[in-house]
Design a protein around this ligand. Sequence first.
Ligand code: CP
Ligand code: NVA
Length: 307
Amino acid sequence: MRHLVSAGDLTREQVLALFELATDLKQRWKEGRRGAPLAGRSLALIFEKPSLRTRVTFEVGVVQLGGRAVYLSGQEIGLGTRESVPDVARNLSRWVDAIVARVFAHATVDTLARHASIPVINALSDFEHPCQAIADWFTLWQRGLDPARTRLAWIGDGNNVCHSVVLVGALLGASMIVACPPGYEPDKRVLDQARRLGGHVEVTEDARRAATGADVLYTDVWTSMGQETEKVQRQEAFSRYQLNETLLGFAKPSALVMHCLPAHRGEEITDQVLDGPRSIVLDQSENRLHAQKAVILDLLGGSVDDA
Ligand code: CP
Ligand code: NVA
């Protein structure tokens, strides 16, 4: 693994190795072991969009490994306006050890990776959110779910998070069904790639059919960052795709509820379901930290024995 731009760039073996490493790092941290395998190393965090989870978990994660982070808002560095994206990549490559970038256009993180001589990590683009998907499948794996025997139903927008969840799920041999209104399906290239990677992915307009017999129900906001002008149109299009108690009733009684957060409560998910006993959203959120520590350590070539 040289960069983490798309979840589809990973192999099954790399994903499983990240899960093992994340398990080890999580346990070491909880046991109070405080090594510094990344002492003297630094990350540049470029954020063109807001963030709670991703920023905190990368900043805290690298500090827990003995390194440090430099936060750069898109506005501050004028990515692509004050300075070209390749020039930003080339300059940062002379000072820091990796770039973590949350961008509007996926092409921006791709360009950073092409021109940087250090690892580039996609911290969310309009097309993918690989760090989220690794942490999500890690969360299910830590709970003892065998991905190859898991039926995951995605309810709602076939968006960036959906793309990465489907790609990592495919690598692990999961069976997935995406329920979305016409026009909001996942990108065909992602579906084709997921099928080539060994995943079973179906797309339907019928949320109840998707939920039926599911082990996991996953949803995300109807209006993602950068789509605010489409809010009203999207609220209308997605009105039959709310993850509520009725829909949850179609899933297996043991079904787990996932959401990458932030949630728009009362839109894509109800309070009752988000805060209910089937919800594992805070485990997902916690595991962003441990999974991303594994990603950073792996990309920077640090040893877990020093952690
Ligand atoms: N899930 C996620 O990436 O959250 P933030 O947008 O708060 O980083
Ligand atoms: N789909 C959402 C995910 C946020 C973590 C967005 O892009 O805004």
